[in-house]
Design a protein around this ligand. Structure first.
Ligand code: ADP
Ligand code: MG
Length: 730
């Protein structure tokens, strides 16, 4: 068969797993083999340097240059022993990936030769000529350069022959050009605010860290099939494709046996990820065919974000070795589940207490409820912003599509916690306290059953759910940098906690006892943030109506949702917590709008090309074959009645094809005209809105007609691999 599609399907079917040898060692032996972790720091650095570096990692104090030189010396020695010849600053610009520029460890030795060198200065700071990274106008070209600066909190690691140094990326004025810089600021903000509140309950608390455990969903597609789909290749998603007769309706993929070729990929990926210090733990089939998930053990948020970025690029390269392409797009296929990245988020004190976890004593539980309620206060106050934080042109396809998450942010607590909040809200002081002997007052907050930790009804429709000892922000997109969501959440919770503290302190200054003051403020907060709590079905029509009545953000247009970043409440919150300035927020929004419209623009171009070069010609060819048949039947059967009945079916098909191709041709032309007009809009926000309102609707409308044609045109002529092949061949 000449059809490329048949060839690639045939080849895909023949592919066998690429067997991966398990290392002789156990994971505990090769875990972090390529990471300059504490063990290696201790081995390769002078003791004093080691201590100073640890101090800098733990307290965030800057490293003196001379110490940095010693650190660089030790790192270089380790890296060269491991076979590395180059190093790079590794950063997270406001694109979808990471950036790196490799420099060799070489310098002239002054005698006509070369020597291997790597200085503290190179380690600590570099000036990548990064004028083509998106900066939203922060770094105009005459101000030229951006700086990358080492983040000692995230250890350096080796990939191939290169020492990778995690860095922040900022402009010469100190404004953030990346995700990491504001993320670190948001972690500092929540550390400060949460420590102060945690000290109400335990004065020994000195630091609070944020935990993040992400769950990464993805699709695997055979790379031959992928290559035969220009839409997947260029946009990351299928712009056309009729639903496969069988997809996920049998629920037979979810948690099913992992296909052999995929299992080998996963094994390979996990070994490599473990060697890079990513603590992989869980893997399973997801709901949609050819969809899978990987989740590590949770880690400190900054490190977890780096590890997720690293894992995503590892997934792409390892997939290719196994003849797959890894799709991280949030909605590669219409009609079946898309991919998200649940962000499990919680706070831990340096005394080892999980602040979102219930405890044994009533005081512990008051602490627990305080942190749960303040998180809800933050999510309530900034629900629109949180939605903006996970929003993108690609994730927009998931929102409101009948799969987590709906386009409204709400919080889920489960019946037991709800009851607890009701009880506190409705109680008077007298009810919550009973006088008890020498210990004075006893708090009447009942013990929270241990069981709850595992028993919180996992309401899968909730975008922000409490799951026992953490909140799970489920709306984050599969290919997003988790930092986007974490920056907004951390900053919002930091703001809520400092407001909480200010009010409690004021009551205490007025003579209230600490516990009474805390309860008074909590009572007020529980009442005011009720609107965010919703335990029902987040996909239902009624919820949409009710959410609007509750004043929750129900906007669904992606470019308009980005506006939430610039609402006064958001700007104030980010400025108060010192996470981002108004200027930075404005610059970032420029980038968001620009990225948005460019994505739609590319999709629209690709669809136009495919329509004109693939779909219409093939449909027309098939139509001619049908017409040819009709013509020949006329020659064979001169009886007009007879020939009429014999040709009726094909004539009907000819007309249908005509209807669809005509619609496609006319609308591709209209879409192109619209694009031309919209491209003339200068103002970036207006342009993004126009792309959303005027260009994007063509994509869906045209697609419907292509998908109808797919059902009509002879299978052998159809040029693009079909859904049933993309999703079931492995
Ligand atoms: P699920 O049942 O939600 O799919 P998984 O076990 O797949 O759960 O993933 C849960 C993720 O949450 C893992 O990364 C896990 O380490 C992480 N996690 C567990 N407890 C916490 C916590 N207290 N804070 C943050 N993350 C956590
Ligand atoms: Mg989960």
């Amino acid at each position: 068969m000449s059809n490329l599609r048949f060839k690639v399907v045939e080849e895909a079917f023949k592919k066998r797993p690429v067997w991966v040898d398990m290392p002789d060692a156990r994971p505990s032996d090769y875990f972090a083999k390529y990471v300059f972790n504490r063990e290696k720091m201790f081995k390769y650095l002078p003791l004093n340097t080691y201590k100073q570096l640890l101090n800098s990692i733990e307290q965030g104090t800057p490293l003196p240059l001379q110490v940095a030189d010693e650190v660089a010396g030790g790192m270089k020695r380790w890296a060269m022993e491991m076979g590395a010849t180059h190093c790079t600053h590794w950063f997270q610009p406001l694109t979808e990936g990471t950036a790196e520029k490799h420099d060799a460890f070489v310098e002239h030795d002054g005698k006509g030769g070369m020597l291997e060198n790597f200085s503290g200065k190179e380690l600590v700071q570099q000036e990548p000529d990064a004028s083509s990274f998106p900066n939203g106008g922060i770094r105009s070209t005459f101000e030229a350069r951006g700086y990358s600066a080492w983040d000692p909190a995230s250890p350096v690691f080796i990939i191939g022959d290169t020492l990778m140094i995690p860095t922040v990326f900022i402009s010469y004025t100190g404004e953030a050009l990346d995700y990491k810089a504001p993320l670190k600021k948001s972690l500092a903000a929540i550390d400060k605010a949460a420590t102060e509140v945690a000290r109400y309950f335990d004065e020994n608390v000195k630091r609070v860290r944020v935990n993040l455990g992400w769950e990464q969903e993805y699709f695997l597609v055979d790379e031959g099939l992928y290559a035969a789909r220009p839409d997947l290749l260029l946009t990351g998603r299928t712009l056309m494709g009729h639903e496969s007769s069988k997809n996920q309706q049998m629920d037979d993929h979810y948690f099913g046996a992992i296909p052999e070729r995929v299992a080998e990929f996963m094994k390979d990926l996990e070994i490599q990820a473990l060697e890079l210090g990513i603590p992989c733990k869980t893997r399973h089939n997801e709901a949609a065919p050819n969809q899978f998930e990987l989740a590590p053990i949770f880690e400190e948020c900054n490190l977890a974000v780096d590890h997720n970025m690293l894992l995503m690029s590892l997934m792409r390269t390892v997939a290719r070795k196994h003849g797959f392409r890894c799709l991280l797009h949030e909605k590669p296929f219409a009609g079946i589940n898309g991919s998200g990245k649940h962000n499990n988020w919680s706070l831990t004190t340096d005394t080892g207490v999980l602040l979102h976890s219930p405890g044994k004593t009533p005081e512990d539980n008051l602490r627990f409820i305080t942190f749960v309620v303040q998180t809800l206060v933050a999510v309530h106050r900034h629900n629109g912003l949180l939605k903006a934080s996970i929003m993108s042109a690609t994730n927009a396809h998931r929102l409101g599509g009948g799969e987590a998450p709906p386009a409204i942010i709400s919080g889920f607590l489960g019946p037991q916690l709800n009851e607890m909040l009701d009880r506190i809200e409705c109680s008077s002081k007298e009810q919550l306290f009973t006088l008890e002997g020498a210990h004075g007052m006893k708090l009447d907050i009942p013990q929270i059953p241990e069981l709850m930790v595992d028993n919180t009804d996992r309401n899968r429709t909730s975008p922000f759910a409490f799951t026992g000892n953490r909140f799970e922000f489920r709306a984050v997109g599969a290919m997003a940098n988790c930092a986007g969501a974490m920056i907004a959440l951390n900053a919002a919770v930091a703001e809520a906690l400092s407001d909480f503290k200010a009010r409690v302190d004021a009551l205490m200054a007025g003579g209230e006892s600490k516990i009474c003051a805390i309860l008074d403020v909590l009572r007020e907060d529980i009442r005011s943030c009720r609107g965010i709590l919703f335990d029902g079905n987040g996909y239902s029509e009624e919820w949409h109506r009710e959410a609007a009545q509750r004043g929750l953000d129900c906007e669904t247009s992606c470019p308009l949702i980005f506006d939430r970043y610039l609402h006064e409440s958001s700007v104030q919150m980010f400025e108060r917590t010192h996470v981002m300035s108004r200027h930075e927020l404005e610059a970032r929004n420029e980038i968001k709008w620009e990225t948005y419209y460019k994505k739609i623009q590319i999709e629209s171009r690709v669809l136009g090309d495919l329509c004109m070069n693939h779909i219409i010609p093939v449909a027309t060819k098939y139509q001619s074959e049908l017409a040819d048949n009709v013509h020949k039947l006329h020659l064979v059967f001169p009886d007009p009645e007879k020939v009429k009945s014999l040709t009726a079916y094909n004539i009907d098909l000819i007309e249908k094809i005509n209807k669809h191709t005509e619609f496609i041709a006319v609308n591709v032309e209209k879409m192109v005209e619209t694009r031309k007009r919209v491209n003339r809009i200068e103002e970036i926000r207006a342009k993004a809105i126009a792309y959303h309102d005027e260009v994007a609707p063509f994509l869906d409308a045209i697609r419907r007609h292509i998908d109808s044609l797919e059902l009509i045109v002879e299978d052998e002529l159809w040029p693009l691999p079909k859904y049933r092949e993309l999703l079931f061949v492995r």
